[in-house]
Design a protein around this ligand. Structure first.
Ligand SMILES: Cc1cc2nc3c(=O)[nH]c(=O)nc-3n(C[C@H](O)[C@H](O)[C@H](O)COP(=O)(O)O)c2cc1C
Length: 233
């Protein structure tokens, strides 16, 4: 099992990778990925998102064209997840997806959350999507190229991906008039720093956390430029 310390390292190590070496993954790595997908922990609300490893060539055999609107290059594999619509199901989905991404990071593989830039209806054909189910996000997985592509670098500049908001804009003490300092966070300091480093769509970092008596309340910033639900097609 991955220890708390390893998670901290994995969270620090992870970054979105958009260009991949076009080679196949070894059988050993594929088996390890299958194992990861079989041992996903339950999310906080106990709903059951389902994740599958999809090979691009397998889709091509069925005349299914997996696309990412040019955002991802070279990737031969994707992890695709589905769940039912609903706030709790989406929270569980996010929890499980990030857990998978951190495990894949631990295998030395590249990943990139894709919530918007993929051909949803084509991916849906591969995971037998029922009427009440959606694919909130997918990730390519594979060996990332040593150097980022120009496109990846431009996307990162556009989203400001190398930067995170300072503590004073995200974390508060008691109410929104009092920013939470790292000293005042006490035992919560590391957990909150990990929240700060987490990935978000367009790097909008919409979460706000208020600490009172060491208890943390998580809120969604309505002015973040993101919607509080996962969009469909
Ligand atoms: C829910 C979610 C959806 C995302 N959707 C996309 C996407 O559709 N296309 C894309 O290129 N990156 C997408 N990203 C990646 C973000 O742009 C990236 O996480 C952010 O810029 C921070 O960069 P980092 O992941 O390297 O830390 C998404 C990230 C999250 C968490």
């Amino acid at each position: 099992m991955t220890s708390k310390l390893s998670y901290i390292n994995l969270i620090r190590q992870r970054s979105s990778r958009r260009s991949y070496k076009p080679e196949m993954l070894s059988d050993d790595i594929q088996e390890q990925i299958d194992e990861i997908l079989k041992t996903i922990p339950a999310g906080p609300f106990g709903t059951n998102p389902i994740f599958r490893l999809i090979r691009k060539s397998m889709a091509a055999d069925q005349k299914i064209k997996l696309g990412t609107y040019g955002f991802i290059s070279g990737a031969q594999y994707f992890v695709v997840g589905k769940t039912v619509s609903g706030t709790e199901a989406f929270v569980d989905f996010g929890y499980c997806m990030e857990w998978i991404i951190l495990q894949l990071t631990g295998l030395g593989l590249g990943t990139c959350w894709l919530g918007g830039t993929f051909t949803r209806s084509e991916f849906a054909r591969l995971v037998n999507l029922y009427e009440d189910e959606v694919i909130p996000a997918i990730t390519p997985v594979g060996h990332a190229t040593e150097k980022r592509s120009i496109r990846d670098r431009l996307i990162r500049i556009g989203a400001g991906s190398n930067h995170r908001k300072p503590w004073s804009e995200m974390f508060f003490n008691g109410d929104f008039n009092h920013p939470l300092t790292e000293v005042k966070a006490g035992d919560n300091v590391t957990v909150l720093e990990m929240v700060r480093l987490a990935p978000s769509a367009s790097n909008k970092q919409p979460w706000r956390v208020v600490q009172s008596r060491q208890r943390l309340s998580f809120l969604f910033a309505a002015n973040s430029g993101l919607q509080s639900h996962v969009p469909g097609d």
